[in-house]
Design a protein around this ligand. Structure first.
Ligand code: ATP
Ligand code: MG
Length: 178
């Protein structure tokens, strides 16, 4: 499974609906002038896939909405189109669309147009190998150094996430709580 396409509208510097060409399942490189929106683009991807941007306050949401002289927006969305030809997401579809919308008062997730909870999204992503707390598939500045400096136990946790097994450990722990 890999990210095939990203569609952004109203998010940070992306006012108009902007859609990428299909990505390669291998390595993709984003280039552009300073201030052209590269970091915002990766922020948009992490906004949908990572659990770092949960429990947003109203002002956090406001900062994500495009603001410009006379043309600010009231809502935004980022949609990630996954290539699911390997059926890592257990639905019989070649393509799966995960969209997160944001407005000043709320933010929500939609899977192929159907409203889904944050927990459902995070579990689905993790079992499909898209680790949520450590989005290794977006290599941020300083990430390589931090991987080499991690404790062995932290690296093991990361491997469990990448392998998609940690979610089962979490569920097992939850089920034993009763
Ligand atoms: P660099 O090469 O310098 O790292 P970059 O391509 O990563 O640049 P970004 O940081 O993604 O650029 O984009 C910065 C631009 O996004 C700035 O011009 C900033 O004003 C604009 N921007 C950020 N948030 C918003 C927002 N909420 N509304 C409108 N524009 C925004
Ligand atoms: Mg940048």
């Amino acid at each position: 499974m890999y990210i095939k396409k990203v569609v952004i509208e109203g998010f940070k510097s992306y006012r108009e609906e902007t859609s990428t060409d299909p990505f390669s399942p291998k390595v993709n490189v984003v280039v552009g002038a300073n201030g052209s929106g590269k970091s915002n683009f990766f922020h948009a991807i992490r906004f949908v896939l990572s659990d770092m941007f949960q429990n947003l306050r109203s002002e956090d949401r406001g900062a994500l909405l495009h603001e410009g002289a006379g043309h600010s927006v009231v809502s935004a969305f980022v949609e990630i189109v996954f290539d699911n030809s390997d059926n890592r997401i257990p639905v019989d579809k070649e393509e799966v669309r995960l969209r997160r919308t944001v407005a000043s008062k709320k933010d929500e997730y939609y899977l192929d147009g159907k409203h889904v909870s944050k927990t459902e999204v995070m579990n689905l992503l993790e079992s499909a190998g898209f680790s949520r707390s450590n989005p290794y598939y977006v290599v941020q500045q300083g990430k390589i150094a931090s991987l080499t400096l991690m404790k062995d136990s932290e690296r093991l946790d990361l491997l469990k996430e990448i392998g998609g097994t940690r979610v089962y450990e979490d569920r097992r722990r939850e089920s034993l709580k009763i």
